[in-house]
Design a protein around this ligand. Structure first.
Ligand code: ATP
Length: 327
């Protein structure tokens, strides 16, 4: 095992009666991209902000590069990480180049401003005022600020929320370049496709707890050799009969919508369709997919990762199937 960049044990944060982070353990190896995946309010940002030394912890322990905040190494710890916060509100009156110069001045050593501009491909915008940039351009400036001190560890808090697919791809490329140069990344996201694409390991968070952890592949494989079939129908289905089929593992019904978990092979799908036909059920909008991280989340919590108000543009991006997650 490589040395750890981040280590938490029974880490706790409370806001009044609300336990935002509830006794979590985390190990992030140096060189790894580690994702905290979870819905709004899961406790991801609070966790990351404690790691960044922005909030005191209420219980348990955390270490960054083997040191805890307040044990005499705070300056060194701050020099070794860069953080892109969830909401970046940089001074409106500053140009991109000036913002980067400001952030570079916080660090003893690091990249020059021209290097940073090159790394995030912002050459044509460097003389533009920050407030005139698009969301994707602002996020690139935010990541350049996080990279200013040539950090070993990069914290990225929902770096692509609200971005269109193209802007998102550009940010992913910047993150992958940082990884290729040996950097460690700790990323929060509620987009499963982002976690699956970028992360070596993922911890799924919900209500302040880690409910599952592993590689994207192992998490998906934990569901077994299954596929999911979804459709709507106006007709009444004989659910006990459908569930009794050997090929069907489970059936969920929400109103007129059905979600079946069945064997991964084509024959299982054929058996289900034949049975629906025999029941004179007409499935509308039928779709099938192999298991994804979203299915893992749903399996563990009974809820979808992205609620109806959280889908945003990015959630429309293509979703990796289990086969695409293969190394
Ligand atoms: P999101 O994806 O929306 O950013 P998250 O997983 O990052 O969600 P947190 O922002 O860490 O979640 O919030 C975890 C819980 O802590 C929520 O219930 C939130 O309301 C609460 N919380 C966070 N910050 C504060 C605060 N400063 N004061 C009181 N409660 C807070």
């Amino acid at each position: 095992m490589k040395p750890l960049a981040v280590r938490c044990r029974s880490l706790i944060k409370r806001y009044g009666d609300n336990i935002a982070v509830n006794a979590i353990d985390l190990d992030v190896e140096q060189g790894q991209c580690f994702g905290l995946l979870g819905p709004n309010g899961a406790g991801k940002t609070t966790t990351v902000e404690m790691l960044e030394g922005l909030h005191p912890v209420d219980g348990g322990s955390l270490e960054l590069f083997g040191h805890s905040w307040g044990d005499g190494h705070d300056h060194n710890m701050r020099q070794r990480y860069g953080a892109q916060l969830q909401a970046t509100e940089l001074a409106d009156k500053l140009k991109v180049r000036e913002v980067l110069r400001l952030f570079r001045s916080f660090y003893d050593q690091g990249h020059s401003v021209p290097e940073l501009i090159e790394m995030v491909d912002l050459g044509e915008f460097q003389e533009q005022y920050f407030h005139t940039l698009s969301g994707g351009q602002k996020q690139r400036v935010a990541i350049a600020c996080a990279l200013a001190g040539a950090p070993e560890l990069l914290f990225l808090d929902e770096p692509t929320t609200g971005l269109d697919p193209r802007a998102r791809q550009r940010l992913w490329a910047i993150i992958e370049n940082f990884r290729e140069s040996g950097g460690t990344v700790m990323l929060t996201t509620h987009y499963m496709e982002e976690a699956a694409k970028l992360c070596d390991r993922i911890a799924i968070m919900d209500h302040g707890k880690i409910i599952d952890e592993g590689t994207p592949r192992s998490l998906v494989d934990s569901l077994g050799l299954v596929q999911f079939v979804e459709f709507e129908t106006q007709q009444t289905i004989d659910l006990p009969r459908l569930t009794a089929l050997a090929e069907v593992e489970s059936v969920e019904q929400r109103g007129l919508t059905y979600r079946l978990r069945i064997g991964r092979d084509l024959n299982a799908l054929r058996v289900v369709l034949v049975d629906l036909d025999q029941q004179r059920v007409v499935p509308v909008g039928l779709s099938t997919h192999q298991a994804t991280l979203d299915d893992v989340f749903m399996e563990r919590t009974g809820r979808a990762l992205l609620g109806p108000t959280q889908t945003g543009q990015g959630a429309q991006a293509s979703v990796p199937r289990a086969t695409e997650l293969a190394p």
